[in-house]
Design a protein around this ligand. Structure first.
Ligand code: FES
Length: 110
């Protein structure tokens, strides 16, 4: 009698659905990173080794402001940006969570 082996097929998570493709321009350089949907945009950039500007990380100082050129995000909180700023596409990376599957942001022009 052979011992019964429990063979479990490892389910490969669909990484595409967990990540958002980010194209970002900072200090004249354009880079592409993957943004895990579970974390704020700022954290995704810092994890990817990008020296994105930040300070409070709570949506209160405005240091992380950048322009959303393509895609859609939601700000978990916002104590800085006026309605006019939001209309211009400005976002706070530290409190931004993704809605669309790709986003394009720019720190250099806004
Ligand atoms: S780091 Fe302060 S608002 Fe984002």
């Amino acid at each position: 009698m052979t011992p019964k082996e429990e063979t479990k097929l490892a389910e490969t998570p669909d990484e595409q659905s967990e990540n958002v493709k980010v194209t970002l321009t900072l200090n004249g350089n354009t880079k592409h990173i993957q943004w895990n949907k579970q974390i704020p945009l700022l954290d995704a950039m810092l994890h990817a080794g990008i020296d994105a500007p930040h300070s409070c990380c709570r949506g209160t100082c405005g240091t992380c402001v950048c322009k959303l050129e393509e895609g859609e995000v939601r700000l978990k909180r916002n104590f800085v940006l006026s309605e006019a700023h939001v209309q211009q596409g400005l976002i706070l990376a530290c409190v931004a969570v993704p809605i669309s599957a790709t986003v394009k942001i720019n720190y250099d022009e806004f």
